[in-house]
Design a protein. Structure first.
Length: 154
């Protein structure tokens, strides 16, 4: 009886230890990734010069505002790997219009462009990008996207 109790106790301890270890290493899909470096660089003619950098907050978000017109790359460091994102899966570059806006013919005044959204796999994780006229928002979450098309983020 003592041997059975001891075996059960060891099994219980082993299970708790396994849960603790795997719980620390394996985060739930969709969980934000905080504290990661994200850099924004200009695509030629500036040859990838980094123009802004930041660190993801507790929600896995970093925002870059007041960026001039042009094409950009987003350099993301997650889990020991650095990945450059320059375009969505359809090949559309990360391009900012600067102060440019589309005209709303009904009101005859400038109307901001709708932000463009897409997700990219970054290692085994996901980077969700939102692109406005002169700003970028990057959200990092655990787990790879099921599909990395422009339509997979609503």
């Amino acid at each position: 009886m003592k041997k059975l109790a001891r075996t059960l106790a060891l099994l219980a301890l082993g299970t708790v230890a396994a849960v603790t270890v795997s719980g620390a290493a394996d985060r739930a899909p969709g969980e934000p990734i905080a504290g990661r470096d994200v850099k924004v660089g200009r695509i030629p003619p500036n040859n990838g010069a980094i123009v802004a950098e930041g660190t993801t907050d507790a929600q896995g978000v970093v925002r870059f505002a007041d960026l001039p017109k042009g094409q950009y790359l987003v350099r993301i460091a997650v889990d020991g790997a650095t990945v450059d994102v320059e375009a969505d899966d359809a090949g559309q570059p990360i391009e900012l219009a600067g102060a440019a806006t589309a005209m709303d013919t009904r009101a005859a005044k400038p109307k901001p462009q709708e932000p463009r959204k897409f997700a990219k796999a970054v290692g085994g994780n996901t980077a969700k990008l939102e692109i406005g006229d002169n700003w970028l928002k990057v959200t990092l979450v655990r787990g790879a996207p099921i599909s990395t098309s422009r339509s997979n983020i609503k």
